[in-house]
Design a protein around this ligand. Sequence first.
Ligand SMILES: Nc1ncnc2c1ncn2[C@@H]1O[C@H](COP(=O)(O)OP(=O)(O)OP(=O)(O)O)[C@@H](O)[C@H]1O
Length: 297
Amino acid sequence: MSENIIDPATAADTSAASDAEASGPIVDLSGVTFGYTATPVIEDVSLTVDSGEYVAIVGPNGSGKSTLMRLMLGLLGPDAGTARLFGADADRFGDGERVGYVAQQATAAEEMPITVREVVKMGRFPYVAVGNLPAEGSGVDDLFEDPIGTTRRTANAVSGRLTDADWAIVDDALTTVGMSAFADRRIGQLSGGQRQRVFIARALAGEADLLVLDEPTVGVDAESVDAFYDLLDALNDAGITVILIEHDLGAVVEHADRVVCLNREVYFDGPADEFVESDALARAFGTGARFLAGGAE
Ligand SMILES: Nc1ncnc2c1ncn2[C@@H]1O[C@H](COP(=O)(O)OP(=O)(O)OP(=O)(O)O)[C@@H](O)[C@H]1O
């Protein structure tokens, strides 16, 4: 951990969150209901995620998966119920570097004129000294809405401000995801799978202990998908908590320990192998749904 973190505003939250983490779950949703309009898209959802878990959230299109993730991360506030993250109110959680977010593959990265190392270096942004912090448009919510633009802005902002220790962390993260050889390559010149590994490295450089991924392998070729999931498995084995939205039910059952099946409300929450045997798939996806290796039909 870098010693450059000097943000009194988040320091209090950090210690409060650490205290809470020792005794409580990382994510704690209780009776959460939310609608963008008067009609709820999430209704009375209660679930907790403990440190070290590997949880997949599945459900048909429009079933509320991304909305649930936003509620977990405090990017949306519940209409009813409570959402807590690392023991703090999720929408007031101030320790964003503990959460690494990996979005769906962003095609906008094609033209992005920054290198792999610059993207990963962005993970050190929360640790640069106060006074060097970039302005608006570089926070977790911006990362959620605009991963590419936020990465570019923040990478520029931390340029030249990292210590040798920070750079060592950046290089370690690249090694962990197997992308050291590509460090000076432009991010836009990578395959989709390689790019997603780089975004994981950015989260690792930020010393995130929770990885949240929203359909990270959409558009990624099958071989790279396997390597990507192997990496997630290894990170989870190393103690990182993983929450994954994934449409590929075969991958979910193979890799995740726990499945939450959602369609506005929770249809199933339990071990992945029990999900295969349950009737939750048919109930949540429709009676015609069958379990197939590689997805629901
Ligand atoms: N910003 C928004 N404003 C209004 N409605 C929204 C908004 N975002 C999502 N919705 C609606 O909320 C419902 C749940 O959407 P959400 O994106 O959470 O589902 P999802 O399960 O992630 O879908 P998908 O699998 O297609 O990505 C959908 O009916 C969607 O149209």
